[in-house]
Structure formats: C-alpha cells, structure tokens
Design a protein around this ligand. Structure first.
Ligand SMILES: *Cc1c(COP(=O)(O)O)cnc(C)c1O
Length: 435
C-alpha cells in the first residue's frame, strides 16, 4: 500500500516511510492510496468473531502488503490485550468503552500499535539506528504513548510536559516508567512544549543526524488501528439486535478517532451516519453548520482532551470527501456541549440509567440523547475512564469514583524527570547528546 500526502506535493510513501516520518515533506498528512472494501461474508459473520479476529482481518486489508502476516497478527494481538465492550445505557444507546487499556484512555490502542510497528521496522532495517519519538503532551497523549512504547527495542521516547500543569495521575503515568522513556518537565505551557518539538523537527542539523519521529494522531500508525473499534462495536451492537440503523457518535478533539470511523465505513462497515461531538471548542461544528472552516485558539473545558482549536485531522476528513460540504454533512452531523451541560449530563445519565460518563463521553451522550430518528440506535464512544476525571465526575454525579488498581499503581512509582527551560537552545543541547 502506498500513502499520499493530503497537500498533494510530496512523493508517495510506503508504510515504513509514512510511519517513520509522520508528516509528509510538504507538511501534509499521509492517507492510504486506496481503502480496501472487506467482503460481504465478513460482515455477515462479524458477530461471531472476537475483537482480535476482527482486528486481524482489518489489519490484513490495510497493512498486509507491508508487514508479514505472522508478524502483523502478533502486533495486533499484543496491542489488543484488553477488550472494548459495549455496555447498554438506554434502549437505543450502547457505550463502546474504549478505555480499558493500560492508561485508561482510548489512545492506548493507537500508541501500542504504532510502537510495535515502529519496533518491527527498526528491527528489519539495515542501519538499526535508534528511533527517537518526541511527544508534547498536556496529559493524555503522553501517558498513552509512554506506556505504549515502554520496553520497545530500538525506540527512545521523550515526553515534554508543562511543569505543574498536568494532573498528578497523568504525571505519574509518564514520569515513573524509566527504561526507554524520559520525561522532560518544561518550565512553560503546553504550547511551549509543542513549539520545542516543532523546532526540533525543523532543525536539519538534528534531523540529518538523528531518526526523529512524532507519535500524535497525524501518524497513520496511530490513526488507522483506531478503526478496529468500530468493527468490534458494530459486531456487538449486531449481537444486541441494534445494528439495523446504526449511528456512531465520537467525542472529538483532533478528529483522529472520527476519521478512523469514517475509514471503517469506506471499508464497508454498515453505518447510517456519524455524530461528531464537540465541547465549547467547536470549530468543526461551526463548519458543519456554515460550510466555512475557521480555526481559532482553544479554550479550556472540563473535557480537556478535546480542547483543540485547529483539529489536525480535519484535513484528512476534507480529503476523504473531496472537500464537498454537502457530502460531508450527508454523513456527519455535529454537536457542541458547554461545561454546564457536561455536568448536568453526567448527573442525569447516572441517575436515570445508572451509567457513569466521563466529561468526554458526556459530550457524546448529550449529542445524541433524544436526537434520534425512529429505528436508529447509537454506538457511543466512551473515550476515557471516569476515574481519570475523578473530581469533576464526583461533584457532578454526587457519587464516589473508585480509582482502578492500574491507575493507583502509577501513583506509587518514583517520579523521575529532566528539568528543561522553554528555550530551544536547552532542548537542542539535550538532543545533541543522543545517538
Ligand atoms: C484524545 C481524546 C479525545 C479526542 O480524540 P481525537 O481523536 O483527537 O478526536 C477524546 N476523548 C479523550 C478522553 C481523549 O483522550
């Protein structure tokens, strides 16, 4: 499979190049040149298959030309060492719980898959040089990436995070790991961290000497495996008799997860329509209403993993539909949810249905609740465990949220981080010592 750039001015890349580079030479995002359609027989029997069996079939179609089958299946099986169950919430809404991975966020699957795929390419490559992964994080991405890459041979991860601006749980998830993970505690804000990473990628004196890559959802190896969820979610809704007119609702920030869902539909998954749920950072919602796309700076909300003012994967979605607003709005509708509504939704869903949402899932629930046509049912992505947002959820729902053992274990580890100023010269000096 070849990958093209959404900016259309870079040469086609093979999977290895797309994964190792992340971004194309023209700063565009890579997309698969063709989206394979899975056979009708697969959909007819999908409800009898396990998550791993489903994901192996999907992975074969997407990556089978580029990775030997046995190796690919091993990567999929290691990535999916946990389930993503559908929990019925109302008679027509099923929550697809994407948060049962090591850091309790849906980003675990993409990060683990990418880490293993990168490990495969490094082992297979002739020069065997270490690949350095740089990630700037405001919390969730850093923990998922650090845990996903932990112990992967040939890969070193450097997590840059703003000092004093991530939650103690999040900080513990990437500062206590050791091994091939280094946390850099930057005296600045998230934008400073991101600027440092960007400067490094544009510094040819570094990129000529070091193999540098990024692990955010611009990387196809993080983006594409997220489509496994939708096939597995569909299979479970089918078992519940709820897949006839299926609506898929995705709480969205950078729109990588929704983009993966749209790709699943192109692969033949029978989805009637999609709902993109936003918090107050709702540029995409506005685009769906007006047809004009106007990025703006993000503002902080209770659903902070969706605080994105200029979603990077919007370019991929426009590309999938040939930038045709009518075709996009025929498939996708949007919604926007205020912080106040997030709180009342968490409370109401808990008291009426006994289901505890996190603030991101609450945006999704609000986007579809009482907004369905007769006969429709919803696969609602619940993207984080409510315990990750313990204070907000407890005060909104008036119940206590137990911290799962997996999360508590991080808090007992020893914090190790490298202090760093927000000045690029310091970061460059740090990188200069790497091999
Ligand atoms: C990252 C994240 C999102 C947004 O996902 P995108 O793919 O960036 O749209 C939503 N919820 C949670 C909990 C997240 O961590």
């Amino acid at each position: 499979m070849k990958y093209y750039s959404t900016n259309g001015k870079a040469p086609l890349a093979d999977l290895e190049k797309a994964v190792v580079r992340g971004l194309a030479e023209d700063r565009g995002l890579y997309m698969p040149e063709r989206i394979p359609v899975l056979p009708a027989d697969f959909y007819a029997h999908i409800q009898t298959l396990t998550f791993q069996e489903i994901a192996c079939t999907v992975a074969d179609a997407l990556f089978g030309e580029d990775v030997p089958e046995q190796e690919l299946h091993r990567i999929v099986e290691e990535t999916l060492s946990f389930d993503c169950p559908v929990v019925p919430v109302t008679r027509s809404i099923g929550a697809l719980e994407l948060f049962h991975g090591p850091t309790l966020a849906f980003k675990d699957v993409g990060a683990r898959f990418m880490a293993r795929l990168l490990g495969h390419f490094t082992r297979a490559s002739l020069d065997r040089r270490t690949v350095h992964v740089l990630v700037a994080t405001s919390g969730d991405t850093g923990s998922a990436v650090a845990n996903g890459f932990l112990g992967v041979e040939g890969v070193q991860v450097h997590v840059l995070y703003p000092k004093g601006k991530v939650s103690p749980i999040q900080e513990a998830q990437f500062t206590t790991l050791g091994q091939n993970i280094t946390a850099l505690e930057v005296d600045g804000c998230f934008d400073d961290c991101q600027a440092l990473v960007k400067s490094a990628f544009m510094d040819s004196s570094l990129t000529e000497r070091l193999r540098l890559t990024s692990a955010n959802s611009i990387n196809v190896a993080r983006l594409l495996p997220q489509c496994f969820y939708y096939f597995h979610g569909y299979a479970q809704m089918k078992r519940l008799g709820l897949a006839g007119q299926l609506v898929v609702c995705v709480p969205s920030g950078n729109f990588g997860n929704l983009c993966a869902a749209l790709i699943a539909k192109r692969m033949g998954l029978p989805v009637k329509r999609f709902v993109a749920a936003n918090n107050a950072n709702d540029v995409f919602f506005e685009y769906l209403q007006t047809g004009s796309y106007a990025p703006r700076p993000s503002i902080p909300t209770l659903a902070n993993a969706m605080d994105v003012g200029d979603p990077s994967n919007a370019a991929r979605i426009f590309d999938l539909y040939g930038s045709d607003w009518e075709r996009i709005t025929a498939d996708i509708s949007g919604a926007t949810t205020s912080d106040e509504k997030i709180r009342s939704t968490i409370r109401e869903c808990r008291s009426r249905y006994g289901y505890l949402l996190d603030p991101h899932g609450a945006c999704g629930f609000d986007a579809v609740y009482h907004k369905l046509a007769p006969g429709e049912s919803v696969l609602l992505c619940e993207t984080a465990h409510p315990a990750k947002f313990k204070d907000i959820v407890e005060s909104a729902a008036g119940v206590e949220v137990e911290i799962p053992e997996r999360l508590a274990a991080f808090m007992r580890g020893r914090k190790q981080s490298v202090p760093m100023s927000a000045d690029y010269a310091d970061f460059k000096e740090y990188l200069s010592e790497l091999q």
